[in-house]
Design a binder for this molecule. Sequence first.
Ligand code: NAD
Length: 259
Amino acid sequence: MSRQLEGKTAIVTGSSTGIGAAIAKRFAAEGAKVVTNSRSRERAKTVADEIENEGGTAIAVESDVTDHDEMAAMIEATVDEFGSLDIMVNNAGLTRIGPAESISPEDWRHVIDVDLTGVFFGSQLAGRQMIEQESGGAILNISSIMGGIGLHKRAPYCAAKAGVNNLTQTLAVEWAPHEIHVNALAPGFIKTDITDQTQSAADYTDEDIRNRTPLGRFGTLDEMTECATFLVNTDHYVTGEVLHADGGWTAYAWGSSGE
Ligand code: NAD
């Protein structure tokens, strides 16, 4: 079977763990040259080494998505190494949990900084590079079902992801003349560090999530990479789309018991 991303170069931010690491490995398996990224070069390199050991091509670049200069340097390093940038996945994200009435200004700013400003910086710099290349491209922003619905104690995360959804539409419209497709993937509940962190501080159990999800289970990393691979292909007519990969969660009107 032909590989879907043969010859493309892709950056995946926050790809030392979870969904980002899975996307980086899948894109490499599909033939892409991949740049793994983390705030720690060592952590990013672990995933790049795994890709290389499987016969893929990858380099690791350290950068914080909230730092415009570091992000610009990552794009430059990518183009120096591989000659172009064709796919940008703005995946890095985190959350802080607390009642809206008492969440600290620092926590609010930190989540907005990483989850929204980081996505804008990554998109802006990648878009600039793709426009200069005149070869089109794909930007994929990892949003969340929380971008379209509310959940108590997640005000900054929900607000940031809602911003990501609109930013995705705005950039899709603005860069369509350059053949740059901008889409978002909005996962439901997938077992990663972020869900562990969220749930240990939260008020619901795995069982509650399974009961509330029409498909009756968590999503898998493979299912997320399948959607991501589709969305970064530019041989479709899809741009400005927020694809919900949530087992039917947002389609379902009932409450938390799932009865
Ligand atoms: P994760 O915690 O494993 O991955 C997040 C990654 O982002 C980590 O590797 C972290 O080190 C990195 N990161 C955080 N701040 C960064 C920064 N400033 N610069 C660079 N990297 C940074 O969790 P995950 O579930 O794989 O999350 C990936 C994305 O998926 C996030 O945007 C998250 O909001 C989104 N998401 C996850 C779920 C889920 O159920 N797991 C659901 C919806 C959306």
